[in-house]
Design a protein around this ligand. Sequence first.
Ligand SMILES: [Zn+2]
Length: 180
Amino acid sequence: MALLKSKIVVVPLGEVDFIMVNRLAAEIGPIFNHSVDILKGMKIPEEAHNIIRGQYYAVVILAKLERAKANPREKVIGICEDDLYLPDVNTIIGHADTLSGTAVVSLWHLRQEFYGLPEDDSKIYPRLFKETLHQMAHLFNLSECRNPKCVNYFSRMMPDIDNKNKRFCDICRRNLTDVT
Ligand SMILES: [Zn+2]
């Protein structure tokens, strides 16, 4: 009997636009050749909140997502609106942990009001999509790509995300085909 394929599970953390999450779930499944479930929203864990920094610690969020897994092979990605950090990094857009199969992406830095530009909702979803693909790629054991046009390129800030394509480059695509 063929081994059952693990699922990708998308988890809205806190107040996140459900239409956007739905669209994301529908679009990432075929790319990774996995079926996708959306969990009913989960609260962002209070224990992740660092009051001094006014930010949320991504590692604690991933630990909570790991506890939501129905089986070890599932890959879980949380979407939130909150400002995330890692101890050595001021701020991050997303974070993934290959071992636990969990990742998180925040919309905080994907909104251009943050950069003093006029609000433009149409640009937020493409950025979320690209950064979700980038973090998901880690969960499928791909390392970051050096091609600035590849969706798997490390984007420090919003302009880097806007500058890259929404697709994997040929090399990443081939590596992905080997593991999905
Ligand atoms: Zn690539």
